[in-house]
Design a protein around this ligand. Sequence first.
Ligand SMILES: Nc1ncnc2c1ncn2[C@@H]1O[C@H](COP(=O)(O)OP(=O)(O)OP(=O)(O)O)[C@@H](O)[C@H]1O
Ligand SMILES: [Mg+2]
Length: 337
Amino acid sequence: MEPTIKSTPEPLLEIKNLKTYFFLERATVKAVNGVNLTLGRQSTLGVVGESGCGKSVTAHSIMRLIKEPPGKIVEGEMLLHQDDGTVVDLVKLNPRGRQIREIRGGEIAMIFQEPMTSLNPLHTIGDQIAEVVMLHQDVNKKQALERAEEMLQRVRIAAPAQRLHEFPHQLSGGMRQRVMIALALSCNPKILVADEPTTALDVTVQAQILELMQELQTDFDSSIMLITHNLGVVSQVADEIAVMYLGKVVEFADVHTLFHNPKHPYTEGLLKSVPVLGKKTKMLIPIEGMVPSATIDIRGCAFAERCPHRMQICDEQSPELRSIGSNGHLVACWLHE
Ligand SMILES: Nc1ncnc2c1ncn2[C@@H]1O[C@H](COP(=O)(O)OP(=O)(O)OP(=O)(O)O)[C@@H](O)[C@H]1O
Ligand SMILES: [Mg+2]
């Protein structure tokens, strides 16, 4: 089946040259070091890359949940295009201020990589969802609990009325993940940032959760930023994909282009190193070498030392993310300059 290539959607969140560093006693970790990406309206953006490349730190930066100190957003813009036409730069907001608290959980919601970080073990599921609903909507406790029950039903938790009164530890891992999705979606967010939402689950539950997220996206008209190291998962659900390497986006394209016409040697390496559903792979070949430390400054391209196409310029100057072709395909690589 030929996948349809959607025209580039209107931007909802534009991240420009975002840098988030952690100032530790002995070194500075440049976890996010110039990320550029755009999340379109009503679309799903997959963000992939090896462990430690800055996916979660990017997500936490969007939510303004980076703990300062030692963390800090040192540069960049995160432009949120709101429905009334105004544009808010999330970087400029006070991380403890009213505006970001309204946006967080309201316009932008997040599913965290560790389910238990967002669920409070001391409160019932119902109370936790109701609290979020009451924070963002003008409803009383009874109405908020009704909404909570409705959300549990949406994420297909059996006997939701009864589950409302249970505590997180009484649920299975898969159910907790569903509760997190219910919690995140309870205020109809425009953007759902889902950080490895299915990693801890077995494949069948994984598939159900992904299906559910897509269904909810259609129903609520929201956009999803799906962070995962699993290319198989993004190939099934994403419209566009951003490939990250050591704190930067090195390639950005629609799913079809990325899987069939990758331009960055790192993307090519990733595709050769993992099995991807529906794509014939002769043999899995791991990318040689390791991701360099985020504490050292690299003058040229961060991927150069692992790259099979390394040239002299690669060690001397860092390539910028540039447009190639006409369909929004971006790549940061000297081979394509
Ligand atoms: N609170 C922190 N203090 C210091 N360094 C941090 C902190 N949080 C993250 N880092 C560092 O920032 C870099 C990016 O981490 P991040 O969690 O964003 O990776 P990731 O891409 O989400 O990886 P994974 O796929 O394993 O979840 C790593 O080098 C990590 O060690
Ligand atoms: Mg992570």
